[in-house]
Design a protein around this ligand. Sequence first.
Ligand code: FES
Length: 102
Amino acid sequence: MSDISLTIIDKAGTAHALTAGSGQNLMHLMREHVDMTIGTCGGEISCGTCLVQLGDGWAGGSVSVDEQDMLEALDAAPGCRLACQLSLEPTAAGITATIVAD
Ligand code: FES
């Protein structure tokens, strides 16, 4: 499992430098290391608390119909994704993800 370094910006604007394994779920990583208040539905695409803005360099892969529906319900800006739907991959190295959920 290769290590992926990335930065998470929390709701207060504080940067957290983290290292993850390839395939690790971004929401679970953020819950464990940054903010326990996100991801309350456990990845069932029903809470919207894991909404993040991805920085340049990684778009997170394809968006499912269910995720797209939630992004539209949240009126999410372009480049936003549900972290629970994202599995980190080596191409995500160096990215910044900013928590934008309320
Ligand atoms: S954890 Fe609830 S929508 Fe992602």
